[in-house]
Design a protein around this ligand. Structure first.
Ligand SMILES: [Zn+2]
Ligand SMILES: [Zn+2]
Length: 453
């Protein structure tokens, strides 16, 4: 997932107050807890305990925190990029060992799917899906963490190591509460979220049918290094943008830079296209269904006095509705061809196939998530996002088929100002793993409650 928009205002959530409410205060700089000889699962809840079962889950989750920190930091030391994550996959399989789960690994990708069969009676068999992504990013970590990446030019800069650990935590919590679980839970550990469509590939391998029937709901959390520690935010409807990459090549006629009238220079024409794209976005698309088009790559030529044959540029395009995306694709093609035609050139404009759809939260599921956070951790820990965020997510593929919701979880370390802290994807990004017990409790509680609602 791309960096969080810093302009997002999280009113009513104070970093200090939220930090104080956290159950465990392990900081990134602190030494890790020593590994126990054997990891004990949390104690089962006494029958009838807790009206919402929230408090016991939160307490059990707090007891898991040292284990989750160890797992997260081990993952952080050995980040892997893309769809093949053998070490991360192995760590997850090992962490799930001993739990009453049906565990399967992917064929084409390094995924792990766990299915927990609940023991409580239910009128019909139902399931809930929980997702955690496992992949890292191709950049060199530049912070001073004592558990920083040991792999060159690879870093868990988007916090997916926390997601993986929180999902393991949820699996442990729900395993301990299995007899209260009125259905099945699918744990989806996915590779390749960062632009590799890992979710789409897991769907193709059947993750949505892993429990034997389609889940009634799906949930995911994503940490943010620029959000107040321990704060949860989500939104009804569009939560994250759709992401497309537009690749444009303008074909002109090269020649000597001193005699441009004997050539057909593609550079000014490609430049004209870049500015025309901006005009198209602001003049032809509603501000209430926005489009972002950023040209982040422009390549042409080899020398100042040589006119090249071609100019090439690429843009990232973010939209928040299928209608806007479809219209952008149609209009951009017409616009670029029109400009090229008028200059006696040709143009190739293609959208790469690795696009991500808009991540759309089901309104009812988003409200259910908000209520679950409030029940577990207090209403002051939750806020509604006024606007969608600009990053994109392939959890959109799951939410296109299963109603559900994704929420952001603030993980800005104490001592850093969320307004200025390095964002997700920065080589300096830091995520405070003190939030993991609370995140694991929310995931587990969502499944537990949703199967009886
Ligand atoms: Zn990311
Ligand atoms: Zn991410």
């Amino acid at each position: 997932m791309r960096p969080i928009d810093r302009r997002t205002v999280l009113t009513g959530i104070g970093g200090a107050a939220v930090g104080a409410a956290l159950t465990v205060a392990l900081r990134p700089g602190q030494p890790e807890p020593a590994a126990p000889a054997k990891v004990a699962p949390p104690a089962p809840v006494a029958p009838g305990a807790g009206p919402m079962s929230g408090l016991p889950l939160a307490k059990d989750a707090a007891a898991l925190q040292p284990d989750l920190v160890r797992l997260r930091r081990a993952l952080h030391r050995q980040p892997e990029v893309g769809l093949s994550l053998p070490r991360s996959q192995e760590a997850v399989v090992k962490a799930l060992d001993g739990l009453p789960l049906e565990v399967r690994t992917g064929n084409a990708v390094s995924s792990v799917v766990g299915v927990l069969r609940g023991g409580a009676p239910a009128p019909a068999r139902r399931s809930v899906l929980l997702r955690g992504d496992m992949d890292a990013l191709p950049l060199a970590e530049k912070n001073g963490l004592d558990y920083r990446s040991q792999t060159a030019d690879t870093m868990h800069a988007c916090g997916h190591d926390l997601h993986t650990s929180m999902l393991v935590g949820a699996a442990r919590l729900l395993s301990a509460h299995r007899e209260k679980l009125a259905g099945d839970v699918v744990f989806m550990f996915q590779p390749g979220e960062e632009g590799f469509d890992g979710a789409g590939k897991m769907i193709a391998e059947g993750v949505l049918d892993a429990a034997g029937q389609r889940p009634v709901a799906a949930y995911a959390l994503h940490v943010g290094s620029t959000m107040p520690l321990g704060s949860f935010v989500t939104r009804r409807g569009p939560m994250l943008s759709a992401s497309d990459t537009l690749k444009v090549t303008v074909h002109g006629k090269g020649g000597h830079g001193a005699v441009p009238y004997q050539a057909n220079d593609p550079i000014p024409v490609a430049s004209e296209m870049v500015t025309a794209l901006q005009a198209m976005v602001t003049r032809q698309f509603s501000v209430f269904d926005p489009v972002i088009c950023t040209v982040g790559l422009f390549q042409a030529g080899t020398k100042s006095n040589v006119i090249p044959d071609q100019a090439h540029f690429e843009a990232t395009v973010r939209t928040y509705s299928t209608a806007a995306r479809d219209r952008f694709i149609e209009q951009v093609t017409r616009l670029l061809r029109g400009i090229a035609d008028s200059r006696g050139m040709t143009v190739d404009a293609v959208f790469s196939e690795d696009h991500y759809d808009v991540t759309v939260n089901n309104a009812g599921e988003a409200e259910f998530l908000a209520d679950t956070v409030a029940q577990l951790h207090g209403a002051e820990r939750f806020a509604w996002l006024p606007d969608p965020l600009t990053p994109s997510e392939d959890f959109s593929k799951v939410l296109a088929q299963v109603p559900g919701a994704m929420a952001m979880l603030g993980a800005c370390p104490p001592g850093r100002d969320p307004a200025t802290a390095p964002a997700n994807h920065s080589p300096l990004a830091e995520f405070d793993d003190a939030v993991m017990a609370d995140g694991a409790a929310v995931l587990a509680e969502l499944a537990l409650r949703r199967l009886v609602s």
